[in-house]
Design a protein around this ligand. Structure first.
Ligand code: MN
Ligand code: MN
Length: 462
């Protein structure tokens, strides 16, 4: 057989660096610098919303209010309780033709602070935590932490807390056992060696001097919090404080081809959507970018994708155009933009090589997610996959088809099934990640850039 005949018959994905042009490389580098800066300013879901609003307003987006008239080219956003956000650019065609939706999530695994968290033991003060999302607990000890979040005080006033982000701030940490005394702990299975109730954050060690009661270290921590934030112990009851890893985003590898950071899952896709909706040129259909909350715990609650905020926003837009929501959803497409697992040669036993995602092979499309026999999966039809595959090929965008891992190894899901349930054709796609859900995750710059290009092509041309 000739080489041409072979190449025509075989499916042979290529490393992205073997097809990258110089012009693309420049755009790739600029894009990734902007992404790193976004990450450093957005370490919680609330901060992702702040950053999105700041950047959207700078580009002419306005806060949408129900009843506002809507016309082609309008740029709108809807802030859902400060924890989730939807942005829309109104298309040339009205919403009865459907919208192109990108749905990513901006919550990430972390340690939430318990409602009554502060205690003292052996003259050290600690905050109790309740982990959020799927974490491997042993990864979160002896890692510098920051504290971010909001406290509503007894009088109803609100204060935003960030400790550890500014270079002049102190940082926090959870301690672990020294190896010299870790003989018994070391025999335990990985998932049991660090129990949840031991994830307590060290807050201070210096006793309050001007006091002769008990718990003087705790008291001193409370005094410092009171001086800085005006809070008392009871105010923790109405607080949402999140402990997150303290490191900022950094280039990884001598070739600087990767980015290491906390929260790539799923801010790497959220940022791709945001940049794409900013850059999309006069979309034919309305483009909608969603930053969802609570995906890591099942998309529950008022800010999660199972909530009704999405319908409310879309219904308002439909009404303003004299069309109905159900027709709009039936004609819409959703890219469930979420990360996938990158093949890790350190753990080949859990991956299936022919259907794994590889670093530098472009945006990973997942026809279906789920576990075992596709339990809990949203399974995109061949028509939907075919349409998106053609669109990406037509625009020279590198993509790869992937599954999470070996069928019997485990599984996972995204917001895809909640979008599909709304009668929206939905496909999962996103950036392959190494060490997903760890305090410091790794992605390839090439894949970040191709995911942005994919979302932009969908907003402009689908
Ligand atoms: Mn995710
Ligand atoms: Mn996740």
């Amino acid at each position: 057989m000739t080489k041409e005949q072979r190449d025509a018959l075989l499916y042979q994905p290529k490393n992205g660096y073997d097809r990258l042009t110089q012009a693309e490389e420049q755009e790739l580098n600029a894009y990734c610098e902007a992404y790193k800066s976004f990450l450093d300013r957005s370490k919680t879901e609330r901060e992702c919303v702040f950053t999105a609003i700041r950047e959207a307003e700078a580009r002419g987006f306005v806060a949408y209010r129900p009843g506002m008239p809507v016309k082609a080219g309008d740029k709108l956003y809807w802030n859902n309780r400060g924890k989730a956000i939807m942005l829309a650019v109104i298309g040339e065609e009205d919403l009865s033709h459907g919208a192109n939706i990108g749905a990513a999530h901006t919550d990430a695994p972390r340690l939430d602070i318990k409602p009554n968290p502060l205690y003292e033991d052996a003259e050290l003060a600690y905050l109790k935590t309740h982990h959020y999302g799927g974490i491997r607990k042993y990864q979160w000890v002896t890692v510098p932490l920051e504290l971010h979040g909001k406290i509503v005080r007894r009088d109803g006033s609100e204060v935003y807390v960030t400790i550890g982000n500014d270079p002049s701030d102190p940082q926090l940490v959870i301690t672990d056992l020294l190896p010299h005394l870790g003989r018994e702990q070391g025999k335990k299975p990985l998932n049991e060696a660090i129990p949840s109730e031991s994830l307590n954050i060290l807050m201070g060690s210096r006793p309050e001097s001007d006091d002769d009661g008990k718990d003087r270290v705790k008291l001193s921590v409370l005094r410092l919090l009171n001086e800085k934030y005006g809070i008392v112990e009871e105010d923790f009851i109405s607080a949402e404080l999140e402990a997150v890893p303290a490191a900022n985003a950094r280039d990884i590898g001598l070739d600087r081809s990767m980015i290491g950071a906390y929260g790539h899952d799923d801010r790497v896709c959220a940022y791709a959507e945001l940049a794409a909706i900013f850059d999309a040129k006069s979309p034919r259909k309305t483009a909608v970018c969603i930053f969802a909350d609570k995906e890591e715990i099942g998309s529950e609650g008022v800010s999660g994708m199972q909530g009704e905020a999405f319908e409310y926003f879309m219904e308002c837009l439909c009404k303003a155009q004299g069309t109905d929501l159900r027709t709009c959803l039936a004609n819409s497409f959703c890219l469930s933009a979420d990360v996938c697992a990158a093949f890790d040669p350190g753990f080949p036993e859990v991956f299936e090589r022919k259907n794994a995602a590889y670093l530098n092979y472009g945006v990973g499309l997942c026809k279906y997610t789920g576990a075992g026999g596709k339990s809990g999966a949203s399974d995109a039809s061949s028509e939907v996959v075919g349409r998106i595959r053609k669109l990406l090929n037509d625009h020279d965008i590198a993509w790869q088809m992937c599954e999470l891992g070996k069928t019997d190894a485990g599984g996972g899901g995204t917001v895809a099934k909640y979008m599909a349930k709304r009668n929206i054709d939905t496909l999962d796609a996103g950036v392959p990640v190494l060490s997903m859900h760890a305090p410091f995750e790794v992605v390839s710059k090439y894949d970040c850039y191709m995911t942005y290009r994919a979302v932009k092509a969908i907003f402009e041309k689908n």
